[in-house]
Design a protein around this ligand. Structure first.
Ligand SMILES: Cc1cc2nc3c(=O)[nH]c(=O)nc-3n(C[C@H](O)[C@H](O)[C@H](O)COP(=O)(O)OP(=O)(O)OC[C@H]3O[C@@H](n4cnc5c(N)ncnc54)[C@H](O)[C@@H]3O)c2cc1C
Length: 463
């Protein structure tokens, strides 16, 4: 190991940024690579400056960016750079905003790549005007775009109510919220009370919707989206306990914009590419990274933190940033400042509370398999390659009952996004058709390059 070890962190969200700040305070430099123009990740996302937009920037994000700027002597923030490849030897392939890709070797590598939304295909979901909830939120936070047509939001989980409240606050016309889950039970409410501030925020969102007179449909889903060359209406179906449709859709709501989101899962593209071990844990998002107490993965020198490792929310992401900094200092043989030891110990202690909260969220609104049967046989599941539910089922029925084999046979997940959008649905459809558990179908895996890159920029990677 060189005298000045190189620590590379992928992701400048709360997890990655907090890790870099804690390392800087202990005298260790790091390079933080993030594909967004500004630090903060999903929750603290902002436009080109903090003043833009109808959604006031979260003060925690403003502080985080200020602290990163103050420590520019120790933290090299490479904004707008995409990590498109990584090896078990901790060699990254990085695509800058322009120009050729570069290789970057790390003595310690931290993967803090956050979460991605779970998409659920239904008839009409490929129409212009249909967004993921996160996509709508990005337009609002980063580009100050408020929908000018009536909006229907559907899905489940806290993000549904957060985005709905943001829509109401920014003056969008919210025609309805359609939630697959029922009201949280008293047992779930007790679990949610483990994080009282977040529970209060959730109640605040509900009250804002009530004040604005927004109808909320429960145990229901947007089962079809109608329109010729854009969204005109949604059709709503009541759901059974497994979230399959109880009957044909029985209500129609006119609208021009639809936002749908069924929770989030860890973005395990990079840890998958590196070859880290993963395990299936529905309570924390499905395929999650296997880690030890130090948040180290099965590959030496590679750590995974925040929602990119297992869904835990922002408090957990911040806590894991602190814990991983202490772990890396130990790996590098550097002294760990007493303050950091205390903060890492405190962060570990509060984990029980965060786990109780997460379990309650999952018990109340965790994804149920029946929702994936809302796609009709001719509904396109893989948008990049135009592959239908029928084609994926036929691959599974022909004996390709493992996701990778079904992908090669049907081409679902072989397009530009490499299954980032359709991977969950394809895995569920394969598992359902083959009569196996979803984990038996295997983890969706992406290949280098993770994102599209101009051929002229990969011909001769520079070190
Ligand atoms: C769409 C969406 C919206 C959300 N909105 C909210 C919200 O409003 N409020 C809330 O409490 N929680 C929200 N969450 C959950 C929230 O993101 C997390 O709890 C928290 O931000 C996790 O922090 P993190 O640092 O682990 O990941 P993130 O904050 O997601 O940060 C990860 C960063 O890594 C970057 N990245 C990923 N892959 C690469 C790559 N290959 N190369 C370069 N950079 C990469 C990402 O673009 C991102 O900037 C949202 C989640 C999603 C998916």
């Amino acid at each position: 190991m060189s005298a000045e070890p190189r620590v590379v962190i992928v992701g400048a969200g709360p997890a990655g940024a907090n890790a870099a700040l804690a390392l800087a305070a202990a005298g260790v430099r790091s390079i933080v690579i993030d594909d967004n123009p500004r630090a903060g990740g999903q929750i603290f996302r902002v436009g080109p400056n903090d003043a833009i937009g109808p959604v006031k920037p979260d003060p925690r994000g403003v502080r985080l960016r200020a602290r990163l700027a103050e420590r520019a002597d120790m933290i090299e923030h490479r904004a707008g750079h995409e990590v498109i490849g990584a090896t078990p030897e901790r060699r990254l392939t990085v695509a800058p905003p322009d120009g050729p890709v570069v290789s970057l070797d790390a003595d310690a590598l931290v993967i803090a790549t956050g979460a991605v939304e779970v998409s659920v295909p239904v008839p009409g979901w490929t129409l212009p005007g249909v967004f993921g909830l996160g996509g709508l939120q990005i337009l609002l936070k980063q580009s100050a775009l408020v929908p000018d047509r009536p909006v229907v939001l559907g899905g489940t989980g806290p993000l549904l109510y957060l985005v709905a409240a943001q829509m109401v606050k920014t003056g969008a016309r919210l025609a309805a919220v359609v939630d697959a889950a029922d009201w949280p039970s008293p047992r779930h409410l007790l679990g949610l009370a483990a994080m009282p501030k977040l529970l209060r925020q959730g109640i605040g969102h509900l009250l804002a919707l009530k004040r604005a007179g927004v109808p909320i449909h429960r145990r229901a889903a947007i089962a079809a989206i109608d329109g010729a060359d854009g969204v005109a209406a949604v059709r709503i179906a009541r759901l059974r306990p497994d979230w399959s449709a109880e009957s044909a859709p029985d209500a129609t709501i006119a609208c021009g914009i639809v936002g749908v989101g069924f929770g989030v899962r860890p973005n395990v593209e990079l840890t998958g590419l590196i070859g880290c071990a993963h395990l299936y844990d529905p309570a924390t998002g499905g395929w999650v990274v296997r880690r030890d107490e130090d948040l180290a993965t099965s590959i030496p020198g590679v750590y995974a933190i925040g929602d990119g490792a297992a869904i835990g929310g922002v408090e957990n992401a911040l806590a894991e940033g602190t814990i991983v900094a202490a772990s890396i200092l130990r790996r590098l043989g550097r002294p760990t400042p007493a303050g950091l030891v205390d903060r890492a110990t405190g962060a570990r202690r509060r984990k029980t509370r965060r786990t109780r909260f997460r379990a309650a969220i999952n018990g109340w609104s965790g994804l149920r398999d029946g929702i994936f049967t809302l796609a009709a046989f001719d509904t396109i599941v893989c948008r990049c390659e135009g592959v239908t539910r029928a084609a994926i089922e036929s691959a599974a029925a022909s004996g390709f009952d493992e996701l990778r084999a079904a992908k090669l046979h049907s081409r679902a997940g072989m397009g530009l996004c490499q299954g980032r959008v359709c991977g969950d649905a394809a895995a569920r459809i394969v598992a359902h058709a083959a009569g196996v558990a979803v984990e038996a179908a295997g983890m969706p895996r992406a290949r280098l390059p993770l994102r599209p890159v101009a051929f002229s920029n990969v011909a001769a990677p520079k070190s």
